[in-house]
Write a protein that binds this ligand. Structure first.
Ligand SMILES: *[C@@H]1O[C@H](CO)[C@@H](O)[C@H](O)[C@H]1NC(C)=O
Ligand SMILES: *[C@@H]1O[C@H](CO)[C@@H](O)[C@H](O)[C@H]1NC(C)=O
Ligand SMILES: *[C@@H]1O[C@H](CO)[C@@H](O)[C@H](O)[C@H]1NC(C)=O
Ligand SMILES: *[C@@H]1O[C@H](CO)[C@@H](O)[C@H](O)[C@H]1NC(C)=O
Ligand SMILES: *[C@@H]1O[C@H](CO)[C@@H](O)[C@H](O)[C@H]1NC(C)=O
Length: 749
């Protein structure tokens, strides 16, 4: 699309820069083949096309060069320069060039391309880059995705949404993404060829919104069966996704066989040695998955068939496969010998399909320290030759594993920021450990760190944390002054320098985003959880800080109100402020209940419900906070009425009951318009009715009876309903936010 001029003059400078960056940590020649196989010209073209999608006609102001000859083993770099009237971006890979383009957008043109909102109002004359700037990353890999992200966030996406997201990945400098779509279609081929029936598979695969957990053997069949049209659609998507990832110079991580098999294995292979795994509170028939004994010869047979079939379908491989055999599940034996054989078998299954296989494993299982003692951990990690496995230190920003395991007992690892559970929306982050953690990990004695990563369970929340992590991945050292970084963030997010917006972000960064100890669970707002008499909300920040930040955002709205990115943030900070108020009013509600004063209780209940209704109202004003969007996206993938209702049920169940009987109720809660009004507020309304009755009758509130009622009257009916919700915003963000600010702000605590 764009013609680029290769400017050799700068090559020498570029090259020297690269060699100035010393090597820290251990190198792994075993990983040298885990790199792009696509030629420079194709990568360059792919970046040019992305620039065109991002800035339209202004693409001609940019010139891109992808030149891998600058690439010393394992290093990636970009260079920005001005030649004539053009901004010249040179990268060692497509990803590096795309990230360089993004660096220019953020720090020179003051634009921001984020998951959903984009602010790309380029200045009429592009600011020059003088002198040229070269940035090198020592992070060989920049990994992206949790195995759950595909279910919590991407599940209903079509190609156009994927295409934008792949652009975002490239802009973010990610070169090692999971590519998990369509794997059930491959499994279907493999299992049918082994003699399993369609019915066996229908009971095995989960529904679209639950595939992540069915794949890991946590559950089976829940939300299914998967229609054939789903397989077809996902296969087509995966072909496009893989091609695009590869053309950007990324290394897609494909799935491997972790050992979980359909229950019918016992019919087809009566001699196969299997065990069953238990996950949470799931019961038959959705639990428990069959795990093929790693020592059974069938194991590597099936594993090999799967990889062979996948490589055939997807035209090759980049040799890296993910498998998580014991994610959140206890192995049947804690004998190191058993764990070692289990690990070796998973790897043998990969080798059977690809002799150059590398196993990528989520290190999440090691969070269960009671089971994974040093002997067990070492046995699993060393079951594979050194350097043939990469471990994701999944929760690096809160509870890293590398420093309790001598750097994963010699296996290479990637330091990851997990940050999010279930795609919950509450403001939260651990800026300090994100800013510093990767550098500490690299400096750790005998460090085997080979990269950084993002491993959120869900996206479309707390954008600022992900921007920070993506930048840290290319930094030689932590940001010195995060206040300055926050101002830069605000500036590129809105395209205009605004002191109030800057202050607002600085305050948030020092309060909600500066959680010192981090969490192992998710948003605990009273709004989104089952009503209860004894709720508490964690307080790692002062509520007043949220309100003050809110003041600043409201003050900035006259200047920035036309920017969609600003409106998004104004909705989000208003949502957070109302979440704080909901907790304050919840406490009032409980006090008046305990005091036994019915009149006061009714007043408090009215105020509490009003807060929920105001929250729904502000959320309704922005496209990205709508239940309707999630449900309509789900339905849009259906090819007939039956699929439509299956997909709608999947969409509704995942974000509420999560299982037939609320097995993980509210885990994937979302503060979305429609959900707040028809689900969270309805539950609270039932609660205040029950408490009113208890007060009137002078009886104790019966929590057990309430749980039954709320399940039967609100929760389950919500998952089965098919009321349509708008897929477009209602009301004006600025007007509603100002009105609510005026209404709530003067109230004193
Ligand atoms: C199962 O094992 C038994 C005893 O070793 C053997 O007789 C039988 O042929 C095996 N069946 C299959 C299907 O392999
Ligand atoms: C398959 O990959 C090869 C190179 O690895 C490429 O030449 C060919 O065009 C690809 N085919 C398809 C259908 O993508
Ligand atoms: C590991 O590193 C984290 C983060 O720096 C720290 O909180 C923790 O105490 C360390 N653990 C050990 C055993 O050193
Ligand atoms: C910042 O907020 C103050 C107080 O509301 C206001 O007077 C001022 O105009 C705002 N400045 C900008 C740049 O928006
Ligand atoms: C509470 O409700 C449950 C379920 O309806 C009932 O079985 C139980 O007896 C009730 N407890 C009290 C103390 O009334």
């Amino acid at each position: 699309m764009m013609t680029s001029t290769l400017l050799r003059c700068c090559a020498v400078i570029f090259l020297t820069h690269l060699f100035l960056i010393g090597t820290i940590g251990k190198e792994f020649p075993t990983l040298d083949h885990i790199r792009t196989k696509v030629d420079d010209a194709t990568q360059q073209q792919t970046v040019e096309d992305m620039i065109f999608r991002t800035v339209g006609d202004r693409f001609s102001d940019f010139s891109v060069v992808v030149d891998s000859s600058f690439l010393p083993m394992g290093k990636e770099a970009f260079q920005l320069d001005t030649v004539g009237s053009k901004i010249v971006i040179r990268g060692t890979t497509g990803v590096a060039a795309a990230h360089g383009f993004n660096h220019y957008l953020k720090y020179y043109a003051r634009c921001q391309v984020s998951w959903t909102v984009q602010q790309v109002h380029l200045p009429g004359v592009l600011p020059p880059v003088t002198p040229a700037v070269t940035i090198v990353t020592v992070n060989r890999y920049r990994y992206y995705q949790n195995v759950c992200t595909v279910s919590y966030s991407f599940v209903w996406w079509d190609w156009s949404r994927w295409e934008r997201h792949l652009d975002w990945m490239a802009l973010s400098g990610i070169n090692l993404p999971l590519a998990f779509n369509g794997q059930e279609a491959i499994w279907q081929k493999v299992y049918l060829s082994l003699g399993f029936t369609q019915k066996d598979l229908d009971e095995h695969f989960g529904g679209p919104a639950f595939l992540a957990w069915a794949r890991m053997g946590n559950i089976r069949g829940w939300g299914g069966p998967l229609p054939q049209s789903w397989h077809q659609n996902q296969l087509e998507l995966q072909h496009k996704i893989l091609a695009r990832m590869r053309n950007f110079g990324m290394i897609p991580v494909l799935p491997g066989f972790a050992g979980h098999v359909p229950a019918a294995i016992t019919r087809l292979y009566p001699n196969a040695s299997v065990s069953r795994l238990q996950w949470g509170r799931f019961e038959d028939p959705y639990c428990c998955t069959y795990l093929l004994d790693p020592q059974d010869p069938l194991f590597s047979h099936i594993g090999g068939m799967f990889i062979t079939e996948m490589i055939k379908e997807f035209n090759g491989t980049n040799h890296i496969y993910n498998a998580d055999t014991f994610n959140e599940m206890r192995p049947q034996s804690s004998e190191p010998n058993y764990l070692s054989k289990a690990g070796a078998a998973v790897y043998a299954g990969m080798l059977a399909g690809d002799p150059q296989a590398i196993w990528l494993m989520q290190g999440w299982l090691f969070q269960a320290r009671d089971f994974w003692q040093p002997a067990q951990t070492k046995a699993l990690l060393q079951s594979v030759p050194e350097g043939k496995m990469i471990v994701l230190d999944l929760f690096g920003e809160v509870q890293p594993i590398y420093n309790t395991t001598d750097s994963f007992y010699g296996q290479p690892f990637i330091w990851c920021m997990l940050h999010n559970f279930g795609g919950n929306l509450g403001m939260y982050g651990t800026v300090k450990t994100v800013n510093q953690g990767p550098f500490l990990a690299r400096k750790y004695l005998g460090s085997t760190m080979v990269g950084t990563g993002l491993t959120p369970e869900g996206i479309d929340q707390n954008y600022i944390m992900y921007e920070l992590m993506n930048e840290v991945a290319w930094m030689p050292q932590p940001f010195q002054i995060l206040d300055n970084w926050a101002s830069d963030y605000a500036w590129s997010r809105y395209g205009v320098k605004n002191s109030n917006a800057s202050l607002g972000w600085q305050i948030l960064l020092k309060s909600v985003y500066d959680c010192e100890n981090g969490f192992k669970d998710h948003c605990d707002s009273v709004v989104v959880h089952r009503p209860d008499l004894h709720k508490t909300q964690r307080s790692w920040y002062k509520q007043e800080d949220v309100f003050t930040a809110w003041d600043h955002f409201v003050s900035a709205s006259n200047d920035l109100g036309l920017m969609d990115s600003f409106r998004y943030d104004l909705v989000d900070v208003t949502r957070q402020a109302l979440q704080e108020w909901a907790y304050i009013y919840y406490q009032d509600l409980m006090e008046t209940y305990k005091s036994g004063d019915l009149i006061k209780f009714r007043d408090a209940a009215e105020i509490f419900q009003q807060t929920l209704s105001d929250m729904d109202r502000i959320l309704a004003t922005h496209q990205n906070f709508l239940l309707g969007r999630w449900i309509e996206d789900a339905k849009s993938l259906a090819t007939n009425d039956q699929e439509r209702s299956l997909y709608e049920f999947n969409a509704r169940n995942q974000i509420t009951l999560w299982g037939p009987n609320g097995e993980i109720v509210d885990y994937a809660n979302k503060q979305w318009s429609g959900l707040v009004a028809d689900y969270y507020a309805e539950r609270w309304s039932l609660m205040t009715k029950a408490l009113t009755t208890a007060l009137m009758e002078g009886k104790k509130f019966n929590h057990t009876a309430f749980l039954l009622d709320v399940f039967q009257q609100v929760e389950q009916p919500f998952t089965l309903a098919n009321k349509a919700y708008p897929n477009y915003p209602t009301g004006d963000t600025l007007q509603v936010a100002k009105e609510l600010h005026q209404k709530y702000r003067p109230r004193t605590l």
